[in-house]
Design a protein around this ligand. Structure first.
Ligand SMILES: C[S@@+](CC[C@H](N)C(=O)[O-])C[C@H]1O[C@@H](n2cnc3c(N)ncnc32)[C@H](O)[C@@H]1O
Length: 200
């Protein structure tokens, strides 16, 4: 299995599930840390593009990175806003993204980090930090609880990520572990850690 295992075969149901979630509600707990529009945002593991489209509605422009072709191609059709650029790329290397030579005001990795192995997390954090300027923010969430069949996931603590981020000059501004906002996932005891970092 690799980090994207299980996604390509579930595209239909993922669009139904992810696109019906209200992005504003998903991001309410850390919205105070979002930049003032217009900002340049990198959304890594952008999935169906729900968050990218919402961020555009707020006045931002987005580089939406998604490695799974079937997700990315359908997402680009569903969300054709010119302020979203779709890119096939993958953590931990993010080679295509880094090749653009751009830095971002904010990096979003929503529900992605727990798919990476410990080694991938080490390389991935260095590459993500290299895409940020002083004052840029990284918002990331990681999942805890039973692992869905066919997916590869690891239970990564907030403390581990805070310590890894510190090695790249990313200071922690926000750390919250809370139960899922979805009733069906709460029943399965799924929790999420949300973390915000700022580059010094
Ligand atoms: C749980 S979904 C979250 C999608 C979206 N961020 C959201 O919140 O709706 C995880 C996403 O991460 C992507 N992903 C998995 N491994 C990845 C990797 N190594 N690099 C970048 N994205 C990855 C998957 O393809 C999938 O789109």
């Amino acid at each position: 299995m690799d980090s994207t295992s299980g996604y390509a075969s579930e595209v239909e149901s993922l669009f139904e599930r992810y696109e019906t979630r209200d992005a504003a509600a998903v991001h309410a707990p850390w919205y105070e840390f979002f930049p003032t529009p217009p900002a340049r945002i990198l959304d890594i593991g952008a999935g169906t593009g729900r968050d990218a489209a919402w961020l555009v509605s707020l006045g931002h422009s987005i580089l939406a990175v998604e490695p799974v072709d079937a997700l990315r191609m359908r997402a680009a059709k569903l969300h054709p806003e010119p302020q979203i650029t779709w890119l096939a790329d993958i953590l931990p290397d993010l080679g295509q993204t880094r090749a653009k030579g751009e830095t971002f005001d904010m990096v979003l990795m929503h529900a992605v980090w727990m798919h990476l192995t410990a080694d991938e997390r080490i390389t991935g954090m260095a590459n993500v930090a290299s895409l940020m300027d002083t004052g840029s923010r990284l918002l990331m969430s990681q999942r805890h609880g039973p692992i869905p069949k066919g997916r590869r996931m690891f239970d990564v603590t907030g403390e581990e990520t805070i310590s890894l981020a510190a090695k790249h000059g990313l200071i922690n501004l926000f750390h919250e572990r809370a139960e899922s906002i979805q009733a069906e996932n709460r029943a399965k005891k799924i929790e999420w850690t949300k973390l915000v970092f700022e580059k010094t």
